[in-house]
Design a protein around this ligand. Structure first.
Ligand code: ADP
Ligand code: MG
Length: 256
């Protein structure tokens, strides 16, 4: 059963339709990349899936269940942004712990958390810090837990952002151009790591990039988008060998 199903998704901002009826099924555990030139609607589609934006029409199902109208926090997903969006005043450990802490507190208790990331009982803190350490070790940032984001390299910051998604243990990870702020060498290195994470966790990955070489090396399947429409969905080999549209051929064949 497909874990994520988009059905005829349309989205307009004012008079401009930026998604023109997108239909796509993403299988459980699949690594699917959404590629296409800047402005074609990739982020909007991902944000609709995440519940950060609502579609004008059409429906989204996760695990067969319609999630339209369901708040982002109530979808079994974690999103990683291009900008990382770390809390600058919190340590690495505290940044990674934020979703765990939030989940265990009542709304009234949450407010002070952003200034002081490990409230709650000693037992709760111990439980959280074990999960944080496991995630950090998995991402090779176990030695950086007491640092602040300002003291990290771009690659290390990106790992912290992935760590913060990891501890939520979601059914699906949504990544929006997560490597585009990294230098070329780190980008290639992180590609491999993210693809490995998909295999070891068994979670579904929806990966947005405008870099077709990146998508080619990481994905089970690639969905090529242009001007708010899906042109073709297929394995990297299938897209390479049998592009069904001249725009797909041009995009796949052009340098990033
Ligand atoms: P991509 O991620 O592929 O670069 P986006 O999904 O960010 O594309 O944007 C698709 C189109 O929608 C662009 O033309 C963009 O300017 C427009 N757009 C995105 N978000 C908004 C918004 N909040 N308000 C108005 N227009 C938007
Ligand atoms: Mg985008």
């Amino acid at each position: 059963m497909a874990t994520i199903q988009f059905q005829d998704i349309r989205k307009s901002f004012g008079d401009t339709e930026v998604l023109k009826g997108v239909g796509l099924n993403i299988a459980d555990g699949e690594f699917l990349s959404l590629v296409g030139p800047s402005g074609c609607g990739k982020s909007t589609l991902l944000r609709i899936l995440a519940g950060l934006e609502s579609q004008t029409s059409g429906s989204v199902r996760i695990g067969g269940i319609p999630v339209d109208g369901l708040h982002a926090a109530d979808r079994d997903l974690a999103m990683v942004f291009q900008s990382y969006a770390l809390y600058p005043h919190l340590t690495v450990a505290e940044n990674i712990a934020v979703p765990l802490t939030m989940r265990r507190l009542s709304p009234a208790q949450r407010l002070p958390v952003i200034g002081r990331a490990f409230p709650g009982s000693a037992a709760m803190r111990a439980e959280i810090s074990t999960i944080v350490r496991d995630a950090a070790d998995m991402l090779d940032i176990g030695h950086l837990l007491e640092r602040k984001p300002g003291q990290l390299s771009g690659g290390q910051r990106q790992r912290v952002a992935v760590g913060r998604a990891l501890v939520r243990d979601p059914a699906a990870f949504l990544l929006d151009e997560p490597l585009s702020n990294l230098d070329a060498k780190m980008r290639v290195h992180m590609r491999t790591e993210i693809a490995q994470l998909n295999r070891s966790l068994g979670a579904t990955f929806v990966y947005v990039t405008h870099d077709q070489a990146e998508a080619m090396t990481m994905s089970d399947r690639i969905a090529v988008m242009m001007g708010g429409e899906l042109l073709q969905v297929g394995t990297p080999d299938a897209l390479y060998d049998f592009p069904n549209d001249i725009r797909v051929a041009q995009f796949i064949g052009s340098p990033a």
